[in-house]
Design a protein around this ligand. Structure first.
Ligand code: SF4
Length: 308
């Protein structure tokens, strides 16, 4: 007879066994283009992870993927046209790869559609509401779509709150706008849902290149929703790519070791908290000890963010 709790232990053991740590890549992941460059350089250089991932984190990532699928399915049921485009996108200088959640067709134009899930602590950073209903929807321009349900006090844009997500979506836009093969791929996908529009795109009368992205956040604690339209920012993404390319060049041909660690540390984009503690991003990083040395950092009084 199994003891109480045995199924849970089995589930956790299975989850942890599935986790093989950070995947070794030849280039950058576009989804992490905006995170601390040092972390990406440690991964690219083949440094082993110094922290183990908790089963809770693995479960949160899985939940994030489920929520993303649910939001896209609901959008499609609501009548939106979203092209799934489950394809790997590749770029050069620096080499990079990634997947787009989807492209949404709005008024004859295509926009990158990106879904995130967040706990209420993270969600609060975007928007603070009077909270009359658990179902709060911010529409374009952040006006209330139903004044009886929503009372928006303030909002802060993703660029300010989570630059990493801002650069992720800008990175996809840059690829779609500049790489011809992706334009052709999109036209083919578009033809499945709107032949006329696909033809116009082919003729060059409808832009396939996207002008911006829809950023959509689902709060896991109370199902609040947030939507933001962010225009393409060519300067910002060009600067980010140039910085990443510089770091990439710096690690070429070098093996993990003291000299390379010092080199990579110069690309750290996070600082210790005022009390000497590690910021939450570093506590979750795979390279905390390599980066800061063991024994660094005291518990982060600000608590952790949880977003996937
Ligand atoms: S520990 Fe922090 S500063 Fe160091 S690589 Fe990781 S995220 Fe960057």
């Amino acid at each position: 007879m199994s003891l109480p709790g045995a199924p849970l232990k089995r589930l956790l053991a299975f989850l942890l066994a599935q986790d093989t740590g950070p995947r070794r890549r030849e280039g950058f992941s576009i989804s992490t283009l905006g995170i601390c460059l040092a972390k990406q350089l440690f991964t690219l250089s083949g440094y082993p992870a110094t922290t183990k991932r908790a089963a809770r984190m693995l479960l949160l990532w899985r939940l994030g993927m489920l929520i993303e699928r649910e939001v896209i399915a609901l959008m499609q049921m609501a009548g939106e046209t979203i092209l799934g485009l489950q394809k790997e996108y590749l770029g050069a200088n620096p080499p990079r790869e990634g997947h787009i959640d989807g492209l949404i067709l709005r008024d004859g134009k295509l926009y990158v559609f990106d879904v995130k899930s967040a706990n209420s602590q993270s969600f609060k950073k975007w928007v603070q509401t009077a909270g009359l209903s658990p179902w709060k929807v911010m529409k374009d321009g952040y006006g209330a779509c139903d004044p009886r349900q929503i009372a928006v006090k303030t909002y802060r844009p993703v660029k300010e709150i989570y630059p990493s997500y801002y650069f992720q979506a800008q990175g996809y836009l840059e690829l779609l706008r500049t790489r011809e093969e992706y334009q052709e791929y999109i036209i083919t996908a578009l033809a499945q849902v709107d032949a006329d529009l696909a033809q116009s795109a082919k003729d060059g009368t409808v832009p396939v290149a996207t002008d911006g992205f829809y950023f959509f956040v689902y709060c896991k604690d109370d199902s609040s929703l947030y939507e933001e339209f962010v225009p393409y920012d060519a300067d910002a993404i060009e600067q980010r790519l140039a910085f990443a390319a510089k770091g990439y060049q710096a690690i070429q041909g070098k093996k993990p070791g003291k000299a390379l660690t010092e080199e990579i540390r110069t690309y750290r984009e996070l600082k210790l908290n005022e009390d000497g503690g590690l910021p939450w991003q570093c506590k979750r990083c795979d390279f905390t000890k390599t980066c800061w040395g063991s024994g660094t950092g005291t518990p982060d009084k600000n608590g952790e963010d949880d977003i996937g």
